[in-house]
Design a protein around this ligand. Structure first.
Ligand SMILES: Cc1ncc(COP(=O)(O)O)c(C=O)c1O
Length: 471
């Protein structure tokens, strides 16, 4: 149970009695799927058979203090969430190379300082080889700097290029964590909304260029794009890169999702663009954390062909890397490729499954956009928002809440509605900036059985909207 500012938040909210769907029958059946009891769980430690990894048997993360599942239970109450589809990490059992390397290291029960003179080059060498092998990108190992995450590296870059109070370009909707990086560097978001044309997100080049002014020095590019899953083409990247070069805006290319690309799609590394001046005007930020589910191991990297940029960022950057993080990341990029290839194919097929399910069984209450990469799905929930009158719910809540509690958005009302009626937790769209209104982000990086359970529950909640106390 969350306890905000010393107040018992849930008790207050329960008493506030905010209910979605005025006039609907109170106490109607919670639309939980019968499939719930049919879910079988994978045991920890089980191995792949015949070189084929099992992504299908559900690998439960309940009771492991996971943000995706357990934190939601803590927020919403015991039994309230059946499928966590929020924060961007995957539920699959890790690649065996990672678990083996960690187990081997754990056998030596001493945790003193690690010789980074050995481990940094070892990890960097594996990262360079991975990028060459998989994407044909040549990276000079001398230019790669390890970090504790993409966030600390991005913050260091923002501090290097964008003075406090200056503007940072974002193409929205975009990864909500960028807004916290901007807060940390005391910079201000300049949002250029993407266009949605014929079912596809596009960069709005004219709008983007118009927004550049004398105090705009950096642009955070997200490719593949979180939350829409877009994989930008070489043409898109060149054009946006040329605009940035012309106006002396540094491109901070966050490519953390590059290893998740759907069948028939392509990730184009910014550093591979056929214009040296454009590439020299950029820094790339990556990690194996999204690819291999290593978010808690706190290792990422950045590199650039521009030595001046690298030394400017270094002034603001410090990494305190830890032993198991280095061991795990090395094992991932050195020996985890086959696991990732299979995981990627599995998630690509899950994207097809989700789009087909929503189009045939849930639309128009929820509409879906087919992602090209990532394990994220961007949902238009306008139908649900209108049905429950999420705008009015948020207004009523914000008018009556105690002054020391944060305001909630209409999308947070939809988030709560899905938890209450479908036991599914999704991320609310408005946190992704302009264009996030009436949208939710759904993380499908999990067993398809769990995805199906979530969709069954959501479909039932959309079919038979019930009067639900949202708090
Ligand atoms: C686009 C993007 N960048 C960065 C991050 C966070 O990176 P890290 O955990 O390495 O700081 C995320 C996590 O979801 C992300 O989606």
């Amino acid at each position: 149970m969350s306890n905000l500012h010393g107040l018992n938040r849930r008790a207050f909210l329960r008493n506030a009695g905010l209910t979605a769907i005025a006039g609907a029958t109170a106490g109607a059946r919670n639309p939980l799927s019968a499939a719930e009891s049919a879910i079988e769980f994978q045991a920890p430690g089980s191995v792949s058979s015949g070189g084929k990894f099992d992504f299908d048997t559900v690998y439960s993360r309940f009771g492991t203090d996971s943000t995706k599942f357990d934190q939601q239970i803590r927020n919403y109450g015991k039994g309230a969430v059946e499928v966590g589809m929020g924060i961007a990490d995957i539920d699959f059992k890790a690649a065996p190379s990672i678990t083996k390397a960690i187990n081997d290291r754990v056998k030596h029960e001493n945790w003193g300082y690690l010789d980074m003179g050995v481990w940094t080059p070892k990890v960097v060498e594996a990262v360079v080889a991975w990028n060459k092998r998989r994407y044909g990108v040549t990276i000079d190992p001398a230019t790669v700097v390890l970090s504790n995450g993409v966030h600390p590296a991005l913050i260091a870059a923002l501090k290097a290029f964008s003075p406090a109070g200056s503007k940072v370009l974002l193409q929205t909707p975009t990864y909500n964590g960028f807004y916290s990086d901007l807060r940390e560097s005391r910079t201000v978001a300049e949002e250029s909304p993407m266009k949605f044309v014929n079912g596809k997100f596009q960069m709005d080049f004219d709008d983007f260029e118009r927004r550049i002014s004398i105090d705009t020095h950096s642009f955070i590019l997200c490719n593949p794009q979180n939350p829409t899953g877009n994989c930008w083409s070489q043409e898109d990247l060149l054009r946006i890169g040329e605009i940035c070069l012309k106006h002396r805006v540094v491109v901070l290319a966050d490519e953390i999702h590059c290893d998740w690309v759907s069948k028939g799609q392509k990730y184009t590394a910014f550093a591979s663009l056929p214009n040296k001046a454009v590439v020299d005007n950029s820094i790339t930020f990556k990690a194996a954390s999204k690819s291999f589910g290593l978010a808690a191991h706190k290792v990422a990297w950045y590199y650039s062909t521009n030595p001046d940029f690298m030394s400017r960022v270094r002034v603001h950057h410090r990494a305190d890397l830890n032993t198991l993080g280095m061991v795990a990341n090395h094992a991932a990029v050195a020996d985890g490729e086959e696991w990732l290839v299979q995981a990627n194919a599995y998630v690509s097929a899950t994207h097809d499954f989700v789009v087909d399910y929503i189009n045939t069984k849930i639309a128009p209450m929820i509409k879906v956009h087919r992602a090209e990469g990532t394990y994220l799905t961007w949902l238009d929930v306008t139908g649900v928002a209108e049905k429950i009158n999420s705008t009015k719910l948020a207004e009523d809540y914000n008018r009556t809440k105690p002054a020391n509690m944060p305001s909630l958005t209409p999308e947070q009302m939809v988030e709560r509605y899905f938890v209450k009626t479908a036991k599914v937790h999704l991320n609310q769209g408005r946190s992704y900036g302009k264009g996030g209104e009436n949208h939710m982000r759904m993380n499908i990086g999990t067993s398809r059985k769990l995805v199906e359970l979530a969709l069954n529950n959501l479909a039932a909640a959309c079919r038979n909207p019930v009067a639900t106390n949202l708090f």
